[in-house]
Design a protein around this ligand. Structure first.
Ligand code: SAM
Length: 270
């Protein structure tokens, strides 16, 4: 097997799982089943891939590192339920997988440097996705799963919770990986809402309000949103302008974004 030996590459964020107990626990949390359509991002040397395929599911994988392609093909290429897509998951067109609505189950022990943009790229295809299970840096999972009122609540929590229910499942220490990363990791489950609990009139305006509000998280909303909305409009949205952004829940940010849509329509020249 020496011809297939692979050296972990830092630039691809390669920290390979080698702890059988942790791998088993992750697979149990995912609970893939026969007939399901799974998508694994960054299969690496196949630590999770084997268990996913053994479930009887159909499995697409996307791997960026060309050197891993022969290793993965050698190990799994004979299985008709396995399909390898070599390329960058950040640029991948998920519609080419021809998944039925709300069917795709996405999993991955993600390279930490691409995890946030990748989650947003996947959320732009949320209608295809049934659920996602990711290994991420623990701090990122804490931010994803945060509740209003604390220091972890911010842009990432709000924009992801707009689309998904978030569950922080369990933590994983550096020793489970080879080479060990410098940070703790955690497994998160994201389940896209079939019906959005707080739909915004314009998603782009929601992004704008949230970005502005958290640009200076220690200031009051009246202050940080000054350039977007006058104080009366903030109050008319049912929001106390003397609060700081971390005190507002998702529903309140959606009301501000909807107010911004109204306000922009009123103040734009016809
Ligand atoms: N799943 C394997 C495991 O658990 O041992 C590998 C995990 S390793 C943290 C991340 C994997 O993602 C590596 O195989 C790396 O080459 C791959 N990768 C990095 N950037 C990627 C990208 N933009 N698109 C797809 N795969 C990527």
């Amino acid at each position: 097997m020496s011809e297939y030996q692979h050296r972990a590459r830092k630039r691809f964020g390669q920290n390979f799982l080698h702890d059988a107990g942790v791998i088993h626990r992750i697979l149990r949390a995912i609970h893939a089943r026969e007939g399901e359509h799974m998508l694994e991002i960054g299969p690496g040397q196949g630590a999770l891939t084997e268990g996913l395929l053994n479930s009887g599911a159909q499995l697409d994988v996307i791997e960026l590192d060309r050197d891993l392609v022969p290793i993965l093909q050698h190990q799994f290429g004979m299985n008709p339920r396995f399909r390898l897509n070599q390329g960058d998951a950040l640029k991948f067109d998920f519609s080419q997988l021809e998944a039925a609505p709300h069917s795709l189950r996405v999993v991955g022990n993600l390279p930490y440097n691409i995890s946030t943009p990748l989650i947003f790229h996947l959320l732009s295809n949320a209608a295809l996705i049934r659920d996602m299970h990711f290994m991420l840096q623990k701090e990122v999972v804490e931010r994803l799963a945060a509740e209003p009122g604390g220091g972890d609540w911010g842009r990432l929590s709000i924009m992801v919770q707009y689309h998904c229910r978030v569950e922080h499942l369990f933590n994983v220490g550096p020793g489970a990986f080879n080479p060990p990363p410098k940070v703790d990791s955690a497994i998160v489950r994201l389940v896209p809402h079939e019906v959005l609990p707080h739909p915004a009139k314009d998603h782009h305006q929601l992004e704008r309000v949230v970005r502005e509000a958290f640009n200076q998280r220690r200031k009051t909303l009246r202050n940080t949103l000054k350039a977007l909305l006058p104080a009366q409009a903030i109050e008319a949205a049912g929001v106390d302008g003397s609060l700081r952004p971390e005190q507002l829940d998702l529903a309140a940010f959606v009301r501000l974004a909807d107010k911004l849509v109204e306000y922009t329509e009123q103040t734009q020249p016809a």
